[in-house]
Design a protein. Structure first.
Length: 74
């Protein structure tokens, strides 16, 4: 299993004096990001966790049954 390295060169680095300050800073960072970026990041975490469990990635796709719709004439 090969591990893909992700580019994190754009990440902001900040020195915090306490864990509370770090927590507040991280919350502010996430709140500043657009919704779609937060959603993409959450999905990326889900996919990574799924791969670590060595499960089929297709199981994460929307599951639905195939049905046929027939119209009545008249």
């Amino acid at each position: 299993m090969s591990v893909v390295k992700k580019d994190r060169s754009h990440w902001i680095v900040k020195k915090c004096s306490s864990f509370e300050e770090m927590r507040i800073h991280r919350i502010q960072q996430w709140q500043e990001r657009p919704f779609i970026e937060r959603l993409d990041a959450a999905w990326e975490i889900i996919e990574d966790a799924w791969k670590l469990k060595q499960k089929d990635p297709n199981e994460l796709r929307l599951q639905r049954s195939l049905t046929t719709v027939v119209r009545r004439r008249g």
